[in-house]
Design a protein around this ligand. Structure first.
Ligand code: ADP
Ligand code: MG
Length: 332
């Protein structure tokens, strides 16, 4: 391709909200064999909502939700600090989608005011004056696992099985069966231990992006193999992948492990694209031959990527590969 063709393609991309950082990036995209997608916020909308709350002890439902929300509010801050210390120096103020969903649900439970308008709304004034959240101490966010903190000297753990088992919390068959049922319907089960006793479980659903299936089909037709990588558990990951027709899934991957997944696909010389949105995905975006940050994303993800897909639409993954193929018009 001539320099002019590259310039034209870059312009066409920009008009479609596909920002390409240079001619090399444009050229590499035509050779992509695998496209590795992050699950949460990339294939899914990243708008998790709590669909199920089950308390397994005598604790009152409202008190259970207050405890969990208190732990998650703190996590939204500490997660950022932890990430910035271990990977980058970041001032990004993103919240963990699961924490956000839980906080929102608890607020709704306590402060939803049906009489205020026709549809009802959250009563902010009532919330602000109530000081309903507990004071939390010694909190830590454990990426890929969940959060831990203390409320009135009692430990509270909110997260996945790994978090609870690493802390010696017993998961009964009844609880395990309940979590398995959630996971088989593509939901994430969040387990809560209070004072070292398994107290309850929340089910969280994060809907797929509307265009996700079409894009996966499209990639298959182009001879490109889609892969999904996630920190979420295997059962949920498989259920989501099945809905989309993705055969190759890597689940329970710790944040730093996503880049290793990228490298494992590069081993035989294959050209690998990674599509992600979060801070967690930045090392993988940097490791990929073609890193694609989707949406406004975080600054760090955008920095690490070769492509920025501004429209928050997965169809632009196909647009980007097409544009490269047409520009370099390889005979295949
Ligand atoms: P992803 O790769 O999908 O963005 P993460 O690595 O952020 O996932 O998290 C992986 C898993 O760790 C989650 O599915 C959840 O089970 C648990 N987890 C992480 N952070 C939290 C949190 N703040 N509250 C509850 N669970 C969490
Ligand atoms: Mg993510």
């Amino acid at each position: 391709a001539t320099p002019t063709a590259v310039m034209v393609a870059t312009g066409v991309g920009a008009n479609n909200g596909v920002l390409i950082k240079g001619g090399d990036a444009l050229e590499r995209a035509q050779m992509v064999k695998y496209v590795i997608f992050d699950k949460t916020g990339t294939l899914t909308q990243g708008k998790a909502t709590v669909t199920t709350v089950k308390v397994f002890t005598g604790m009152e439902r409202g008190e259970f939700l207050t405890l969990v929300a208190s732990a998650e509010v703190t996590s939204n801050f500490s997660m950022i600090i932890l990430l910035s210390e271990s990977y980058f120096l970041s001032t990004a103020s993103s919240e963990h989608p699961l924490g956000k969903a839980i906080l929102q649900y608890a607020r709704h439970f306590h402060f939803f005011d049906e009489s205020s308008t026709t549809n009802g709304t959250l009563n902010d004034a009532k919330e602000l004056s109530s000081g309903w959240l507990h004071d939390v101490s010694d909190f830590s966010a454990l990426p890929g696992r969940g959060v831990q903190c203390f409320i009135d000297g009692k430990r509270i753990l909110v997260g996945n099985r790994k978090l609870l088992s690493e802390n010696g919390i017993d998961i009964s068959t009844e609880v395990e069966n309940f979590v398995v049922e959630l996971e088989e319907s593509a939901k994430t089960g969040i387990l809560v231990a209070y004072d070292d006793v398994l107290t309850g479980v929340l089910g969280v659903a994060d809907p797929l992006k509307r265009e996700a299936s079409v894009v996966i089909d499209g990639l298959h037709k182009m001879g490109v193999i889609p892969v999904m990588v996630t920190g979420d558990n295997w059962r949920t990951a498989r259920a989501v992948a099945k809905e989309l027709g993705i055969q190759d899934v890597r689940a329970e991957v710790m944040p730093a492990g996503k880049a290793d997944v990228v490298r494992s696909f590069q081993k035989d010389g294959s050209v690998v694209a990674m599509v992600g949105d979060g801070i967690n995905d930045s090392p993988a975006l940097a490791a990929a031959d073609v890193g694609m940050a989707i949406g406004a994303g975080t600054d760090i993800a955008i920095e690490a990527a070769d492509y920025v897909l501004m429209r928050y639409n997965l169809e632009d993954v196909i647009t980007a590969i097409d544009l490269s193929r047409k520009t370099f018009s390889r005979i295949r």
